[in-house]
Design a protein around this ligand. Structure first.
Ligand SMILES: *Cc1c(COP(=O)(O)O)cnc(C)c1O
Length: 399
């Protein structure tokens, strides 16, 4: 028998992806993430970053990062439970808890690490996790790492969630714990989870509620405090408010906020937190500076929303469909995946960078160009973006 090639699948599977146009063709950003930036050597308008408020290039964040390198060095030297817990990490958690109006906060290396590390600790064998069908991949992986049973409810459908929870309660033997998990803002459609209704159901069924607010922080609620603030819910309604510093906060890092009990439990149990190196000082200091900016400069969140309202109104007036968007994530529906890819490529030729979202990320007939608004886009930038969408839409006979 011929010896089989143990690594042959690497190439065949990659080539399959390329043949089906499912491989990622990485674009290179030369310089900071900003509304006008250079991508693959071409000057473009950026309409697909998660840097909603432009904080990644804010002078206060840059200054804080540089100063922290001077005072604390380039790295933390360890994991947090051993010798990598610096005064800066503690300060960030105090500041974040205050910002989130929670008893306590805990910072993880990334949002992905928070979901993958904490979810499997919150629910174990004998428990059940109830998830929105469109939850983020990091939640799905966190759920997979848990030994709990799983149930899925229809996207943002509290009627269906109620039915699923009633069934869950009939389970014999009864489940010890019920954990409901939802994204706050869904990144493909830009719609907002009905957290008020979900929280009522959680309360009625004695369930714990976990919201992943990666796209809601810096965007929704008072001064960008997030989805719980948007619905005026507190940490005894939303027991785990998880988020990230990698989107509107403009840096990197995950976090959870809630009761002191939650944080004490989470840092003693989450393996991603316990067994992975802590953030370098520059990252932590920049995150603290981002909270400062959110508290002191409300104009960024305001600009984000006025840009969002303007762009969505104008793009709809042209005849485009923006689906269920309620937030700065504004999908421009195209339909066919090939057409969406072509639309995006033509936008890029004309100096607008916006990503096509195609099957299998969304349903076959629901391919779209996903635009993400930014506080730092000027009126001229928006006009240019809009006229480019109109031009390509006409060329492709979509409007
Ligand atoms: C981006 C994102 C994450 C991951 O956050 P990182 O900090 O970038 O790892 C988790 N959940 C949702 C909903 C996200 O959009």
């Amino acid at each position: 028998m011929a010896a089989r090639n143990p690594v042959g699948f690497l190439r065949t599977e990659y080539e399959d992806l390329v043949r089906n146009e499912l491989d990622w063709k990485l674009r290179v950003l030369e310089g900071p993430s900003a509304p006008r930036c250079v991508v693959d050597g071409k000057s473009v308008l950026m309409l697909c970053s998660n840097n909603y408020l432009g904080l990644s290039n804010h002078p206060s964040l840059k200054r804080a990062a540089i100063e922290a390198v001077r005072s604390h060095g380039a790295g933390s030297g360890s994991v947090r439970p051993i010798a990598g817990n610096m005064d800066l990490h503690m300060e960030l958690e105090r500041r974040l808890a205050k910002f989130k109006e929670a008893e306590a906060s805990l910072v993880f290396q990334t949002g992905f690490a928070a979901n993958a590390g904490l979810i499997p600790q919150l629910a174990d064998a004998g428990d059940i996790i109830v998830s929105d069908e469109l939850n983020h991949g990091s939640i799905i992986d966190g759920v997979r790492l848990s030994r709990a049973d799983r149930a899925v409810y229809k996207h943002c459908d509290t009627g269906d969630l109620g039915k699923v929870l009633s069934k869950v309660e009939e389970h014999d033997p009864p489940y010890c714990k019920i954990l409901i998990i939802t994204d706050g803002v869904f990144s493909m459609d830009g719609d907002i989870a009905p957290l008020d209704g979900i929280s009522k159901l959680a309360h009625d069924h004695g369930a714990m509620l976990y919201v992943d607010d990666a796209h809601g922080e810096g965007v929704l609620g008072k001064e960008g405090r997030g989805i719980a603030s948007h619905f005026m819910l507190k940490y005894d309604d939303v027991h785990v408010e998880m988020g990230t510093f990698s989107k509107a906060f403009g840096v990197v890092g995950g976090h959870v906020s809630g009761s002191r009990d939650l944080v004490n439990f989470a840092y003693n149990k989450s393996r991603t937190w316990l067994l992975s190196g802590s953030h370098p000082p520059a990252v932590v200091a920049a995150c603290i500076a981002a909270i400062d900016v959110l508290e002191k400069e409300p104009k960024h969140v305001k600009n984000l929303w006025s840009n969002t309202d303007h762009f969505r109104k104008e793009i709809r007036a042209m005849g485009f469909d923006t689906g269920k968007s309620q937030t700065p994530i504004i999908p421009v529906m195209i339909g066919d995946s090939g057409a969406a890819r072509k639309f995006s490529a033509r936008l890029f030729e004309l100096g607008v960078f916006a990503l096509p979202i195609v099957f299998p990320m969304v349903a076959k007939d629901k391919a779209r160009i996903r635009t993400i608004m930014n506080a730092a886009l000027t009126k001229e930038d928006l006009d240019q973006a809009l006229s480019t969408f109109e031009k390509v839409g006409r060329e492709m006979k979509l409007i």
